[in-house]
Design a protein around this ligand. Structure first.
Ligand code: ROI
Length: 159
């Protein structure tokens, strides 16, 4: 079993429902067990500002799937949510990002792990810290040391 972390994000078609539904669906992934997930957060968009705020969360999964098989399953879930991506860095109904896959570093055409922007995105780091406060990234940098470097303006927990 490998411990993986998944970032969830949505800002279209009832984002809170999209993320809650995706958390339920993550429980059904094959050869996997959903260990925990963060609360839901609202965050101002990174990228074009003329789009709705996002709802973000992070989930922790133990899985026997290989990283690429896990990616396949995550992309299948995105499709179930009729993922639309109209413009680059624009609004989307559901994003599922494989953030971390144990301490592996993966760099293929389809998949980069750790997620390339992980350490700069407060809407990923804060929910991640909620469920994995002591996490070390494969680079040897601790999650805790990244949090103060990240501007959390516009990030709020949802009740
Ligand atoms: N901005 C926020 N706040 N949250 C996201 O999940 C998110 N996802 C994206 C882009 C468009 C870069 N901006 C985002 O893909």
């Amino acid at each position: 079993m490998v411990r993986a972390y998944i970032g969830l994000g949505s800002n279209l078609d009832e984002p809170i429902n999209q993320v809650n539904r995706a958390l339920t669906e993550l429980r059904t992934l094959s050869e996997s067990h959903l260990v925990s997930h963060s609360r839901l957060y609202s965050s101002t968009p990174l990228g074009p500002a003329d789009q709705p705020d996002f709802v973000n969360a992070v989930a922790c999964l133990d899985t026997s799937l290989g990283a690429h098989s896990l990616l396949d399953e995550l992309q299948a879930l995105e499709l179930k949510h009729e993922r639309v991506r109209i413009q680059h860095w624009g609004p989307r109904s559901l994003d599922l990002d494989l953030l971390l896959y144990a301490d592996h570093t993966i760099d293929t055409e389809r998949l980069q792990v750790p997620h390339p922007w992980l350490s700069q995105r407060c809407f990923v780091l804060y929910p991640l810290a909620e469920i994995a406060a002591d996490l070390m990234l494969p680079s040897g940098i601790s999650l805790a040391s990244l949090l103060p470097l990240c501007d959390a303006t516009g990030l709020e927990t949802l009740a």
